[in-house]
Design a binder for this molecule. Structure first.
Ligand code: SAM
Length: 339
């Protein structure tokens, strides 16, 4: 097993298959204009599959396809099938905003996708218009229904923002319960792209638990045994479970085994990392699998990133990057890094 300087294994890889998105969520893509990755730099399915195979040979067992919006990538089921066949990949998941899921859920299931997470920040169509500049709320709900009908275990991701959707915690728990899904409330993070972030808008894990226990009574932590999972899970008295990803107020860097591959083959060791390792250049200039594996292993062994914990220590915390910094290097954007 390959471990980094803090003894964290190379366990899970998030693969962003496109930097494009069909939503403009205010916490992620609030601007009117973006600098996109050049088309010719985007990895082909064969290139992605080859890299994932090398990562799997080094111990990566969990792969999550993400973006941007991954379902915008033409024929995602074909890539899914290629990755699902890789030896060692035991858990293949997808994070999507759900807009295009209804049409593809069945094909993704057949291709070997194991799990689906759908971002659902509100149950109110008008609110989605304000929050994500989209009037396609019904398509998200249809996507969730189709995923369930196709046999997926569905998780829902909700970024909780004060004054925006923090009055929907109970409604979302009930929606998840009614749809046999599990909701994960995510603290609003000051990642690249979140140019409107402020500490006041963060609703902390503690506050979320207070609101929910006022409604449901005592809440018990659930111990899953998976210490690298970003969400802490909880159980209500009536048995319903939910998660909280407290990356802003209680980061979990010490157990983080995740890294991220962007659609152009830049490998990032931390969501907050200043820069990444270019794997596209060696890939396209003829490096062998062994050479790629050596580069990845050596880079991981040198990893000491604790980005979220370091952010916690910043006095007068403000957005990580302003628009100019993001335009200068789109790799800094959350939608490029893959959430
Ligand atoms: N388009 C897909 C989706 O919407 O799920 C995948 C990409 S999106 C960047 C992945 C996840 O990142 C989403 O669940 C989103 O909620 C989360 N995310 C983006 N910006 C965030 C922020 N500032 N704070 C917390 N979570 C964020």
């Amino acid at each position: 097993m390959i471990t980094d300087r803090l003894s964290r294994p190379l366990g899970s890889l998030r693969v962003s298959v496109t930097d494009r998105c069909n939503l403009r969520c205010r916490y992620c893509m609030p601007e009117r204009e973006y600098v996109w990755l050049p088309k010719q730099s985007i990895l082909t399915f064969e290139e992605i599959t080859r890299l994932v195979r090398v990562f799997a040979s080094l111990g990566v067992e969990k792969v999550r396809l993400t973006g941007g919006e991954p379902l915008l990538r033409h024929d995602l089921p074909a890539l899914t099938a290629m990755v699902a066949r890789i030896d060692g990949v035991r858990d293949l998941a997808l994070t999507t905003n759900g807009l295009l899921l209804a049409k593809q859920a069945e094909a993704l299931r057949r291709a070997g996708l194991g799990r689906v997470t759908v971002s659902l920040d509100t149950l109110q169509p008008q609110r989605m218009r304000d929050l994500a500049r989209s009037d396609r709320h019904a398509d998200v709900l249809a996507g969730i229904a189709a995923a369930r009908a196709a046999g997926f275990r569905v998780k829902l991701n909700t970024v909780v923002m004060r004054g925006v959707n923090d009055d929907e915690l109970v409604d979302l728990i009930e929606f998840a319960r009614a749809n046999q899904a599990e909701v994960r409330f995510i603290e609003y993070m000051d990642v690249g792209g979140a140019t409107g972030w402020s500490a006041e808008q963060v609703v902390s894990q503690r506050e979320i638990l207070e609101v929910l226990s006022a409604r449901y009574g005592p809440i018990a932590p659930v111990t899953t045994g998976d210490i690298s999972a970003p969400a802490e899970r909880f159980r209500l008295g009536d048995g319903a479970t939910f998660g909280i990803v407290a990356s802003t107020t209680a980061p979990f860097c010490r157990s983080c085994d995740r890294s991220r591959l962007t659609a152009d083959g830049t490998w990032l060791l931390c969501l907050y990392a200043e820069r990444g390792t270019d794997l596209r250049e060696p890939l396209r200039s003829g490096a062998s699998d062994t050479a790629l594996a050596d580069l990845i292993a050596a880079t991981w062994r040198g990893r000491s990133d604790r980005g979220a914990e370091e952010r916690l220590g910043v006095a007068h915390r403000a957005p990580l990057y302003q628009v100019d910094g993001l335009r200068a290097d789109p790799h800094r954007e959350m939608h490029t890094r893959g959430g």
